[in-house]
Ligand binder design. Structure first.
Ligand SMILES: [Zn+2]
Length: 498
């Protein structure tokens, strides 16, 4: 009893002197590490990447389940919900399914036969003996020289050379046609091919942002022999032929797609209305029914590891006694694998003002250390390493935790545009993607499964990331683009416009 009383007196004295608090509180990194455990990460990743979630395709019931799970974890962490529906930020997307009913295409007397015409861009159209204009897909100079006066309201017949239906050149040509269609507004674009286009058996119904303007110009693919011959015989330019066509309106249905967002409010009167965004995508490639053997693309490293890290970092930082000065926004996004759909929805419909969002720290592929280049233990890379001053903040954190922050000479710049950080950069926000490995065995394969991740290493990396994010949130100096680097010019410009 005496000892207890003595201890109590000592305690009071020390507390009064402010010594006890300082001495009994372990260092920040240790306190974060105590809350950010390998098993917690393993639990989240093994669920998100389980076969039950069927590879989390956008959209799919598995993706929905993943969103619910992440929301539940944000709830456990005590984050403030900031979506339009609790933690969910609903995105107004639609599926747009071409309707082949009554599809017809006629060039003079040549009528495309059964199975020789297909819809590429579905827009309801009725054309009766319209004028036509011919171009050749390989003649890029002629394509670039086209004017609206020449083709507006007409049928643009695009002759696709034999063998022009595949590969990178074809992809680029396709993009050029889409841009031309939007700019020149022909009544319809008709790709006249030698044969049917290869269709991807795993292709999904196309998605469209319902709040973006719908395409106005329909695109058809035609490979009817008589039509092909007639087009081949004609000279480029206006042609003496009348085109009739009928396309039904596509079948458009709303689809449920959601980002999951929660915040840890800042407490500093000046800085709390500025935002550090932490992102990771929770979608993956889904199931490919035509695959041999295992057809579920689990996406454990890509990117259940990133989504689980967002959860783990949120949870660890939310439990700390000291709250951040800036507000930290945790967002897991859908549709990265389809081209950054969820991130684009966020920057297009920001929950917090873009101009006051100081950084996006995006997390990808943090769990596998068995990179194709060799083991990547106790280290991570930043994309756009020299684009901003963000790397220095994480390097400082790494010096505390023993994790090296590395610039991958080849991938740092080239991967900057390959994940959701790029969407934030386009909006002017200093951003980067942190990754332990870029290309690993099982990358975008069914074998990307949760058993293959190094959870001790992942926890160590995440503690470092958490420290860096907290440092950023507490620093009066916001991350900045490196204006000396010419590659940042467009991002700097976007920032300055705000
Ligand atoms: Zn990914």
């Amino acid at each position: 009893m005496g000892i207890v009383r003595l201890a109590k007196t000592l305690f009071t004295a020390l507390a009064a002197a402010g010594i006890l608090a300082a001495q009994s509180q372990p260092p920040l990194a240790q306190r974060i590490a105590a809350r950010l455990r390998p098993n917690g990460l393993k639990a989240d990743i093994s669920f998100l990447a389980s076969d039950a979630l069927q590879g989390r395709a956008t959209p799919s019931p598995g993706l929905d389940m993943a969103a619910e799970y992440i929301a539940a974890q944000f709830r456990r962490a005590g984050l403030e919900p900031v979506g339009d529906d609790g933690y969910f930020q609903n995105a107004g997307y639609q599926t747009v399914k071409p309707n082949p009913e009554g599809l017809a295409f006629t060039l003079d007397t040549a009528k495309a036969g059964e199975g020789t015409v297909a819809i590429q861009e579905a827009v309801a159209t009725d054309l009766n003996r319209a004028a036509a204009f011919k171009v050749t897909l390989s003649d890029t100079a002629a394509l670039d020289a086209l004017t609206a006066e020449e083709v507006r309201g007409k049928v643009l017949l695009v002759e696709v050379p034999d063998g022009g239906g595949a590969g990178m050149a074809a992809f680029q040509a396709q993009r050029r046609i889409l841009t031309l269609a939007a700019k020149l507004e022909p009544a319809i674009v008709v790709m006249v091919r030698a044969a049917a286009q290869q269709t991807n058996p795993n292709a999904r119904v196309p998605l469209r942002d319902a709040t973006a303007p719908a395409p106005k110009v329909p695109i058809l693919n035609v490979w009817d022999k008589a039509i092909r011959d007639a087009v081949a015989a004609a000279k480029p330019g206006p042609i003496e032929a009348a085109v009739s066509a009928h396309l039904a309106a596509p079948i458009v249905q709303p689809v449920k797609l959601r980002n999951v967002a929660g915040v840890l409010r800042g407490t500093d009167p000046q800085l709390k209305d500025t935002y550090v965004v932490v992102t990771g995508h929770y979608d993956h490639l889904g199931v490919r029914p035509n695959a041999q053997g295992d057809s579920i693309y689990n996406g454990a490293n890509d990117d259940a590891s990133g989504a689980a890290s967002v959860i783990a970092i949120a949870n660890a930082l939310a439990e700390l006694e000291e709250k951040p000065k800036r507000t930290i926004v945790f967002v897991t996004v859908f549709g990265e694998e389809l081209g950054g759909l969820g991130a684009r929805w966020y920057t297009g419909h920001p929950i917090f003002p873009i101009a006051r969002t100081v950084a996006d720290i995006n997390l990808e592929q943090l769990g596998r250390t068995d990179d194709n280049e060799g083991p990547k233990v106790a280290q991570f890379n930043l994309t756009g390493f020299d684009y901003t001053d963000i790397a220095a903040t994480f390097a400082k954190a790494g010096a505390v935790t023993g994790v090296q922050v590395i610039k991958h000479e080849k991938n740092s710049d080239s991967f900057f545009g390959r994940s959701d950080n790029a969407t934030f950069a386009d909006a002017g926000i200093p951003s980067t993607t942190l990754s332990v490995s870029y290309i690993f065995p099982d990358y975008h394969q069914p074998g990307d499964e949760w058993q293959k991740l190094d959870y001790d290493n992942l926890a160590k990396v995440d503690v470092t990331v958490a420290l860096g994010i907290l440092d950023m949130a507490n620093s009066a100096q916001a991350p900045q683009w490196n204006k000396e680097n010419p590659k940042t010019a467009r991002y700097v410009q976007a920032r300055e416009k705000q």
